[in-house]
Ligand binder design. Structure first.
Ligand code: HEM
Length: 88
């Protein structure tokens, strides 16, 4: 809590798919994963499959029991918002 929450479109999300600038969306929340990547028990390359995209289905397929809301509390940057149709 405390930090400024921003509204993020899928166009913006897509720009953040590098190790040092890695965002994903899980269940509507946008996370910056860059500081978490090296701690991921499933490895960096696995979690990078969700880089820059909505990773919700990948996340749930592999570990629906993991509490990402608590784990990534410090990594939240904002919320995914709907994009205007002409940008999709
Ligand atoms: C394992 C967290 C995303 C693939 C784990 C575990 C945690 C975790 C805590 C250990 C689970 C356990 O042993 O019960 C997260 C978080 C993510 C994330 C916070 C937030 C984005 C992903 C994504 C993938 C993935 C997008 C890609 C499909 C895996 C795999 C394992 C794993 C394959 C199993 C590793 C093993 O048991 O050898 N993850 N994960 N994770 N994760 Fe993730």
């Amino acid at each position: 809590t405390g930090g400024k929450m921003i509204q993020v479109t899928s166009q913006e999300l897509r720009k953040h798919r590098k190790l040092e600038d890695c965002w994903t969306c899980i269940k509507g929340r946008i996370y910056n994963l860059s500081h978490y990547l090296n701690y991921h028990p499933g490895g960096v390359s696995e979690i990078m499959r969700a880089a820059g995209i909505d990773g919700t289905s990948l996340f749930i397929e592999v570990h629906s029991w993991v509490n990402e809301i608590k784990m990534l509390e410090k990594c939240v940057v904002g919320h995914l918002i709907a994009s205007p149709q002409f940008l999709v």
